[in-house]
Design a protein around this ligand. Structure first.
Ligand SMILES: C[S@@+](CC[C@H](N)C(=O)[O-])C[C@H]1O[C@@H](n2cnc3c(N)ncnc32)[C@H](O)[C@@H]1O
Length: 216
C-alpha cells in the first residue's frame, strides 16, 4: 500500500497512550500491558485499522495488537480507532510498527496469542517473492511460536492464487483448516467486519476468499 508521508503521524503516535514506541522492548510485558488480562488477538498488516477499530470496540473482552510496518499508516489507524471508540477509553488495543517477518522477537516464550488475523496481505505474485507472503510456510512457522495450542489464523484475501497457496502452506505447517470459502460475502457470515481493502476489492467486483485454520 502506498501512502503519502504524514508529518503529523510520528508526533501523534508518540503522544498516543495505546501506541508502543519501542516494540523491541515489549517481549515479556504483555501479561500486564493491558488494563485487563484477557485473550490476545493480533492483526498483522493492520493498515489503517478500519477492521481492527470496529472489532476491538465490539469485543472488549479481548486484547488486540495491531502491527504494521508503516508509521504513516498507523497514524491514520490511531485516528480511526479513536473515532470508533469516541468518548470511551481505548483499553484493549495496542498499535506498533514492526516487521512481521520478525514478529516472534516481540513475545517471550510464555506469551501466547489465541488468534491471528491476516487481512488482504500483499500477494507477492512473482515466484521468487513467495517467501515474503505473510501466509507462507516460513512465516507460519514464526506464528507457531506465538500462537497458543488451539490458536487460530483468520485469513482473508482478494487473490485466488494466494488463497489456494495458503491452503498448501497451512497444511505444510501443520495447521488444520476449519473452514474456507472463495466467496465469503455469499455465505452467512453476519459477524464479518470488512477491512479497508475488502471494501475496495468488493466495490471492484472481486470476491473475498477466507480461511480459518487452527494450530493443534
Ligand atoms: C494491502 S494492506 C492491507 C491492510 C488491511 N489489513 C486491510 O485489509 O485493509 C497490507 C498492509 O500490510 C503492511 N505490511 C506489509 N508487509 C508487512 C510486514 N512485513 N510487516 C508489517 N507490516 C507489513 C503494509 O504496510 C500494509 O499496511
Amino acid at each position: 500500500m502506498r501512502i503519502r508521508k504524514k508529518k503529523w503521524a510520528r508526533p501523534e503516535l508518540a503522544a498516543c497512550p495505546f501506541y508502543i514506541g519501542e516494540p523491541e522492548k515489549a517481549a515479556g510485558t504483555w501479561k500486564t500491558y493491558f488494563e485487563k488480562e484477557q485473550p490476545l488477538h493480533l492483526d498483522l498488516g493492520c493498515g489503517k485499522c478500519t477492521f481492527l477499530a470496529k472489532l476491538a470496540h465490539r469485543e472488549p473482552a479481548v486484547n488486540f495488537i495491531g502491527v504494521d510496518i508503516s508509521q504513516d499508516i498507523l497514524g491514520v489507524a490511531k485516528r480511526n480507532i479513536e473515532a470508533e471508540f469516541g468518548e470511551e477509553p481505548v483499553e484493549n488495543v495496542a498499535l506498533l510498527a514492526f516487521n512481521i517477518e520478525k514478529l516472534d522477537a516481540l513475545f517471550a516464550p510464555n506469551e501466547k496469542a489465541a488468534r491471528i488475523y491476516v487481512n488482504f496481505c500483499n500477494p507477492w505474485q512473482k515466484a521468487g517473492d513467495h517467501k515474503r507472503r505473510l501466509t507462507h510456510t516460513r512465516q507460519l512457522e514464526t506464528y507457531k511460536k506465538i500462537l497458543a495450542p488451539g490458536g487460530e489464523l483468520w485469513f482473508k484475501t482478494d487473490n485466488m492464487d494466494l488463497y489456494l497457496a495458503t491452503q498448501r502452506y497451512l497444511q505444510e505447517a501443520g495447521f488444520t483448516i476449519l473452514c474456507k470459502t472463495d466467496d465469503l460475502h455469499s455465505e452467512n457470515a453476519p459477524d464479518n467486519i470488512e477491512s479497508e481493502h475488502e471494501v475496495m476489492f468488493t466495490a471492484q467486483g472481486i470476491k473475498t476468499k477466507a480461511i480459518i485454520a487452527r494450530l493443534d
